[in-house]
Design a protein around this ligand. Structure first.
Ligand code: FMN
Length: 444
């Protein structure tokens, strides 16, 4: 059994209705780079492995076709491009890694390969690249698309995108650099080669115009949840992100991934899944439960609708008074959106033939949007018990991505100061090599 890896998902910890909670950073400027640096130092000190930043560049507008609810409630908006913030955080830390997200549907692989190479230098080998196919139409509209590419095509493009990036990262190997001051010879041109890529989506000559970076390639992360998404993970991902919560869904994801990895000739024991999990920890059980109850206070139906519709790429305001879950999944699929995630977990829980009312559907949506459908709640010891049990039940590889803290930074500090040390004391936390490469520190 490998050790447990722990990460913070800092994607939109500042919004999602939580920005106004006690303990959040209101009163400081947002986005305050020093706040991110403090979080990085606290997480590193606790022994955590990764800080993760998701991305999506559009303001959620799938719900009723409007950005207004997202703007009013701060739902997955505002979002910065986090690459400069990562550079600032890297400057005050040594051991913790950073995961950054870009979309293979909208970005160009040459640009992204070059940027990630530079970030690998700046972080001294601690960068991971989360490749997303993007299921959100709000993003597409900012890149010249009237609608999203078809789901399967997005994954074909992702695989080609990664293939181009990998070829570029390999196009200037470390041994090509000579740097001989005596002769003035900088590099050996026979070892620096064009990649000459011409595919369905991209035409890239190469080679990359940069110096080889400490890791050579960033750690590659992927979060596809559908069979096609999992097949893409199996092709290239070093680490996978998964939805936490319902253990049956997690086990299904783990099984699908193991089969797909084996089909690719890869060793399933080497690829961990980090499960997105909300942790609400308190010094006493009562304190944790009071904090949990507070989560339920700050969501409006519009905010929930904006959140779940954006994530699935499907306007749930269209849900009728009664709906059979399997039929809803079909409608989502037909709209080229993602039937996994929240609706997928609901089907795992209740079955595809289960019929629910619109009100029940939104109640589930609320639990998903608040993170309470994938949460571990209690004292540090109780939460550690739950995580250990879930880790064993889901293949003992990977670990947890702690999402949607109650308030940032106080919720993150509670996890770093109360929970992570408890995992450390139990000896279940994966070790981190001081100054080591992220790839080594995340090895399953
Ligand atoms: C932990 C986690 C983080 C994710 N982060 C992002 C993200 O930052 N941006 C994004 O567009 N999608 C993100 N996703 C969504 C996935 O990329 C993917 O679209 C989703 O799991 C549905 O899978 P499918 O495309 O195979 O249907 C994330 C998913 C998970 C589980």
């Amino acid at each position: 059994m490998s050790g447990m890896h722990v990460a913070f998902d800092l994607s939109f910890t500042h919004t999602e209705g939580r920005w106004a909670r006690p303990g959040s950073w209101v009163g400081r400027a947002f986005p305050d780079v020093r706040m991110f640096q403090e979080i990085a130092v606290t997480a590193e000190r606790a022994g955590m492995h990764l800080l993760f930043f998701g991305d999506g560049s559009g303001i959620p507008d799938t719900w009723r076709g409007s950005i207004d609810p997202a703007v009013e409630w701060g739902v997955q908006w505002p979002r910065q491009d986090m690459s400069p913030f990562i550079a600032a955080m890297a400057g005050v830390t040594r051991d913790i890694g950073f995961g950054l997200t870009y979309s293979s549907t909208f970005m160009h692989p040459f640009y992204v390969a070059r940027l990630l190479n530079s970030l690998d230098h700046v972080t001294a080998g601690r960068i991971a690249f989360n490749v997303v196919a993007s299921s959100r139409s709000a993003d597409a509209a900012n890149y010249g698309f009237d609608q999203l590419l078809e789901h399967g095509l997005r994954y074909e493009r992702m695989e080609e995108f990664v293939e181009v990036c990998q070829a570029l990262w390999d196009s200037v190997p470390a041994e090509a650099i000579v740097m001989d001051r005596e002769t003035g010879r900088f590099a050996d041109p026979s070892k620096v080669a064009a990649i000459g890529h011409e595919g369905q989506f991209f035409k890239v000559k190469g080679p990359l115009s940069t110096m080889p970076s400490p890791q050579g390639r960033p750690v590659l992360v992927q979060a596809g949840n559908s069979p096609r998404g999992v097949a893409a993970s199996a092709k290239f991902a070093d680490v996978v992100f998964g939805f936490g919560g319902a253990v049956a869904s997690q086990q299904r994801h783990r099984r699908m991934l193991d089969e797909a990895l084996a089909a690719e000739g890869r060793d399933p024991r080497q690829v961990g899944i980090l499960w997105a999990t909300q942790v609400i920890v308190g010094r006493t059980e009562d304190e944790a439960r009071t904090r949990r109850d507070a989560v339920l206070e700050f969501w409006s139906e519009d905010a929930v609708g904006a959140y779940i519709s954006h994530n699935a790429g499907f306007d749930f305001s269209r849900v009728p008074e009664r709906i059979v879950l399997g039929e809803l999944a079909e409608q989502i699929r037909a709209a080229q959106a993602s039937p996994g995630g929240f609706v997928g977990s609901l089907i795992d829980e209740c079955g595809p033939d289960h019929e629910i009312s619109r009100a029940e559907f939104f109640e589930h949506g609320w639990r998903s949007a608040t993170g309470l459908d994938h949460s571990a709640i209690g004292t540090p010891a109780q939460v550690a018990d739950q995580l250990e049990e879930n880790f064993a039940a889901t293949g003992s590889r990977g670990g947890y991505m702690f999402t949607t803290p109650l308030a940032t930074p106080s919720g993150l500090a509670d996890i770093a100061e109360l929970l992570v040390p408890e995992l450390g004391r139990r000896g279940v936390l994966a070790p981190r090599t001081p100054g080591g490469l992220l790839r080594e520190n995340l090895r399953a």
